[in-house]
Design a protein around this ligand. Sequence first.
Ligand SMILES: Cc1cc2nc3c(=O)[nH]c(=O)nc-3n(C[C@H](O)[C@H](O)[C@H](O)COP(=O)(O)O)c2cc1C
Length: 173
Amino acid sequence: MNQKLELFFKRRSIRAFSKQKISEEDLHSLLEAGMAAPSACAKDPVRFIIIDKPEIQNAIAEFLPNGKFLPEAPLGIVVLGDLNSAHANSESYMLQDCAAAIENILLATTALELGACWLGVHPREDRIAGISRYFNLPANIIPVSVIALGHPAETKEPRTRYNPSAVKFNSWS
Ligand SMILES: Cc1cc2nc3c(=O)[nH]c(=O)nc-3n(C[C@H](O)[C@H](O)[C@H](O)COP(=O)(O)O)c2cc1C
């Protein structure tokens, strides 16, 4: 591991949180980092719904079979993509832009010594439909993921998942 890149290896999925709230300043910084991510043709189609009310977090967790711990986090960020704003109105570009923004937020979370976990929504149709119905989203706004976020109540070691067999040079063979 290159120590200059420590942030990337320190970022781990955190699924246990203390009750301590996220400050407005930290939330702003995290969103600003998300919005600094690469975006196809700089169309910036990524949208965010911040959820910090327990009843809303509970309702959203109902749609997330692997995100039942969302209400334990002081904050959730629902990440959505606007198909009308995406490059070429393409779902693929929209999803790639959202993924880049999500990863930026996760890395920023680590840099601020907070913890977070990416909770999958897209492409599971039942999760997309449930969240869309709950927030009464227009058809062009697609939920992509939810980020559970807070002060960590678990520690995880930095790690590399470097896999030499995933890398080829100059050909596929
Ligand atoms: C598209 C996507 C969906 C994910 N969905 C979930 C999820 O629903 N629940 C969860 O606990 N973790 C989820 N994760 C987190 C992965 O389980 C985690 O990143 C992976 O196990 C590697 O561990 P690490 O993040 O600690 O490095 C998701 C990650 C991605 C990229």
